[in-house]
Design a protein around this ligand. Structure first.
Ligand code: DLZ
Length: 209
């Protein structure tokens, strides 16, 4: 029997082709992050979002996601020629056509941004993976990050998609990235749902302006 859980598909069809989307992701629990980011990108492209309009921003951990989302949204209209350092104090920033191979996710140095977007972002997807340990750290970060991401979207009016897994075990995280190794199978990559939510909310937000 199929699960009752999960988003029902929208009755409306949304066109991703005019949209600019930023993916802000942490590097903690990288195997899971990489799968989620890849799933998100694949689904965004399937919805018509152009590769050159998908910009990646890496940050150390989930706790850093809200500030980075806020700065990326603010920097969406910065003048052409601004550098990553100008925008985020040294954090690397993928640019234009090579945004999907940004140095922030590999050992190569981050590219200097020469063609910073002159258009604002229509949506930002914040991706992090928090896995509970033996202290209260998990609870504090989950709570503060979810509240802060909500605040960023309400303060800026730009949809911020909540792509933060808050898993009690490694297996829960893996299953939600389509990397499951247990008897439940590989699971489902939640990045795909986040991409759909981004395209839908970005399209709504354009009409609401
Ligand atoms: C410190 C920490 C721990 C213990 N666990 C995680 C985690 O499971 N997922 C995650 O995204 N980040 C974790 N961090 C790092 C914090 O988010 C943050 O980067 C540091 O506390 C520095 O502010």
């Amino acid at each position: 029997m199929s699960s009752l859980k999960g988003p029902a598909p929208s009755n409306a069809k949304f066109d991703g082709s005019p949209l600019r989307v930023a993916i802000v992701h942490s590097r903690w629990n990288k195997t899971v992050i990489d799968a989620l980011v890849s799933g998100t990108i694949a689904k965004l492209k399937e919805q018509g979002v152009k590769e050159s309009n998908i910009v990646l921003q890496a940050v150390p951990g989930s706790f850093e996601l809200p500030l980075a989302c806020q700065k990326v949204i603010a920097g969406g209209n910065v003048q052409a020629g601004a550098t990553a350092t100008d925008l985020l104090g040294g954090l690397s920033f993928g640019s234009g056509a090579n945004s999907l191979s940004t140095g922030s996710r590999s050992s190569t140095p981050a590219p200097t941004v020469t063609n910073m977007p002159s258009q604002p972002f229509d949506a930002v997807i914040a991706i992090g993976v928090l896995i509970k340990g033996s202290t209260m750290h998990f609870e504090y970060i989950c709570e503060s990050v979810s509240h802060a991401l909500m605040r960023v979207q309400l303060d800026t009016g730009v949809p911020v998609i909540f792509g933060v897994l808050t898993a009690l075990t490694d297996d829960q995280a893996l299953e939600r990235a389509g990397l499951g190794r247990g008897e439940n199978g590989k699971g489902h990559n939640h990045g795909e749902d986040w991409a759909l939510a981004a395209v839908e909310m970005a399209s709504h937000a354009r009409r609401w302006r």
